[in-house]
Ligand binder design. Structure first.
Ligand code: UD1
Length: 430
C-alpha cells in the first residue's frame, strides 16, 4: 500500500495550479445521463473518484472518451472528456460500484427522469457520519416517484408519463439532494420549485451546464431554484470550475509553513468565508489576475474560531485542514462542526504530531503548540488525510502518512504540486 513520506520544515514558495473541482466534475458527468447527445466537459481532474464514476456510467451505457488537454496548457491542467449516453443500457447501479463513493447514488435522479426507472444501491463514501438518503427520497417522491427499498437497493419508478413537477421544500440543506432533484426536474412535466436548495458553487456549475443543455432553470445561485421541465435536453460543452477545497487546502498549507504561494486559477469568491477566517488568523491574501496569492511572513498564527456551515459559510471540507493550522496558533481556538456528526477522526492522528485538541460533542478546542513533531499517521477520510499532510509539512522531522488511497480520491498530483514549491515530500510504494 502506498504511503507519503514528508520531511517537514520547508516553506512553500512558488505557484500551484488548482485543478477542476471534484465535487463539480462528478455531478456534471452524471448530467450526461439526461441526454442522448454528447456532453463535453473541460478541465476534468484525473482522480480516483472520477475513474470510479466512469465505471458506473459505462455500466449505464455511457461512452466515454478522453481527449487530452487544451493546446498550450500545463501538464497539470485538467482534461477534456466526452460523455455520450446515446441509450441507457442498464438502469441498475450495483453495490460493487456504488459502495465506494456516495456521489454515485446521484445517478438516481437522471435515470428516473430519462428512463423512468432506477435501481441504485444505497451509497458508501467517507465514514464521516451516517449520511442518510431520506432527503433524496423525499424529493423524488414529491416528483411522483414510487420508491421501495429492496435488499439494500433503492428501487424507484416514475409515473407512466414520467416525473411531474412539484414544490420540494427541503427541511435541511443537502448538496447531493439538490443536485439530484434539480437534474430530475429538468425532464419532469411542469414546474418544480426547490426551496432551501444548496447554493454551493458546484450546484451553480451544474445548473449552468443544464441550462446550456436546454434546461429552463431560474434562481441559480440562490436558495430557491425554479425548474420548468422540457421534453428533452441536448449536448453542450461546459468547463469544470476550479476546486475551492483544493484552493483552501493549499492556502492553509502555505499559511502553516510560512510561505508565499500563488494559487493559479483560484476563484476567491468561491471560498470567501474561508479566506475571511484565514485573514483573521494572520494570513495575507491578495487576489491577482490569474489567481490568489497567500503569504505568511514571519508573523505567528492567531487563534481563530470557526463554525462549519453550508455555502456561503465556512465549508466542512476545510475543517480538518483548518484544525491542523490552529494546532500551531498562539492561543486557543474553537472549531464547531455542524454538518457531519463524525468528522473529527483526524483529531487522534493530529495528536500524534503533539497537537493539543479536546473534543466535546460538535466542538473541538485547539490549543496551539510552538512546534509539531513528525509522526507515523493514518489517513481516515479524504479531507482528514490532507490535514495530516499539511501538518507534516510544518512538523519538525519525518512524517509518514499511511492509507493514502483516500487522498487519491480527491487530490490530483498532490505530492508533485507541493514538491514543485519546495516541500520535501514523496510517495513510497509498497
Ligand atoms: C457534499 C460534498 C462533500 C461535502 C458535503 C457538505 C460532493 C461529491 N460531496 O456531500 O464533499 O462535505 O456536500 O458540504 O459534492 N443528509 C441527510 N439526508 C440526506 C442527505 C443528507 O440527513 O438525504 C445530511 C448529511 O448527513 C449531512 C448534511 O445533510 O449531515 C449535509 O450533507 P450533504 O450536503 O447531502 O452532503 P453530500 O452531498 O453527501
Amino acid at each position: 500500500m502506498d504511503r507519503i513520506r514528508i520531511v517537514g520544515g520547508n516553506q512553500l514558495r512558488g505557484e500551484i495550479p488548482i485543478s477542476g473541482a471534484k465535487n463539480a466534475a462528478l455531478p456534471l458527468m452524471i448530467a450526461s445521463l439526461l441526454t442522448k447527445d454528447p456532453l463535453v466537459l473541460e478541465n476534468v481532474p484525473r482522480l480516483a473518484d472520477v475513474k470510479q464514476l466512469e465505471r458506473i456510467l459505462e455500466n449505464h451505457g455511457v461512452d466515454i472518451a478522453v481527449h487530452g488537454r487544451r493546446p498550450g496548457s500545463d501538464r497539470m491542467d485538467g482534461q477534456r472528456m466526452t460523455f455520450h449516453a446515446a441509450d441507457i443500457a442498464d438502469t441498475t447501479a450495483p453495490y460493487e460500484l456504488v459502495s465506494t463513493m456516495r456521489a454515485s447514488f446521484w445517478v438516481i435522479g437522471p435515470l428516473l427522469a430519462r428512463a423512468h426507472e432506477a435501481r441504485v444501491s444505497l451509497p458508501g463514501g467517507c465514514a464521516i457520519g451516517t449520511r442518510p438518503v431520506d432527503l433524496f427520497l423525499f424529493g423524488l417522491k414529491a416528483l411522483g416517484a414510487e420508491i421501495e427499498i429492496d435488499e439494500g437497493y433503492v428501487v424507484a419508478r416514475a409515473p407512466a408519463g414520467g416525473l411531474v413537477g412539484a414544490t420540494v421544500s427541503f427541511p435541511k440543506v443537502s448538496v447531493g439532494a439538490t443536485h439530484t432533484i434539480m437534474m430530475a426536474a429538468t425532464l419532469a412535466h411542469g414546474t418544480t420549485v426547490i426551496e432551501n436548495a444548496a447554493q454551493e458553487p458546484e450546484i451553480t456549475n451544474v445548473a449552468e451546464c443544464l441550462v446550456a443543455m436546454g434546461a429552463r432553470i431560474s434562481g441559480i445561485g440562490t436558495r430557491t431554484l425554479t425548474i420548468e421541465g422540457v421534453s428533452e435536453l441536448h449536448g453542450a460543452t461546459v468547463e469544470v470550475i476550479p476546486d475551492r477545497i483544493e484552493t483552501g487546502t493549499f492556502a492553509m498549507a502555505a499559511a502553516m509553513t510560512g510561505g508565499d504561494v500563488l494559487l493559479r486559477n483560484a476563484r476567491p469568491e468561491h471560498l470567501q468565508a474561508a479566506l475571511d477566517v484565514l485573514g483573521r488568523s494572520g494570513v495575507h491574501l491578495t487576489p491577482e489576475a490569474n489567481g490568489l496569492r497567500v503569504r505568511r511572513n514571519g508573523n505567528g498564527i492567531l487563534p481563530t474560531d470557526v463554525e462549519t456551515q453550508p455555502f456561503p459559510g465556512f465549508p466542512t471540507d476545510l475543517q480538518a485542514q483548518f484544525m491542523a493550522l490552529m494546532t500551531m496558533s498562539q492561543g486557543t481556538s474553537t472549531i464547531r462542526e455542524t454538518i457531519f456528526e463524525n468528522r473529527y477522526m483526524h483529531v487522534a492522528e493530529l495528536a500524534r504530531f503533539g497537537a493539543d485538541i479536546r473534543v466535546d460533542g460538535q466542538v473541538a478546542t485547539v490549543t496551539g503548540v510552538s512546534q509539531l513533531k513528525g509522526a507515523q499517521v493514518m489517513a481516515t477520510d479524504l479531507r482528514a488525510s490532507v490535514s495530516l499532510v499539511i501538518a507534516g509539512l510544518a512538523a519538525k522531522g519525518e512524517t509518514t502518512v499511511n492509507r493514502i488511497y483516500h487522498l487519491d480520491r480527491g487530490f490530483e498530483r498532490l505530492e508533485e504540486k507541493l514538491s514543485r514549491c519546495g516541500a520535501d515530500i514523496e510517495r513510497v510504494s509498497g
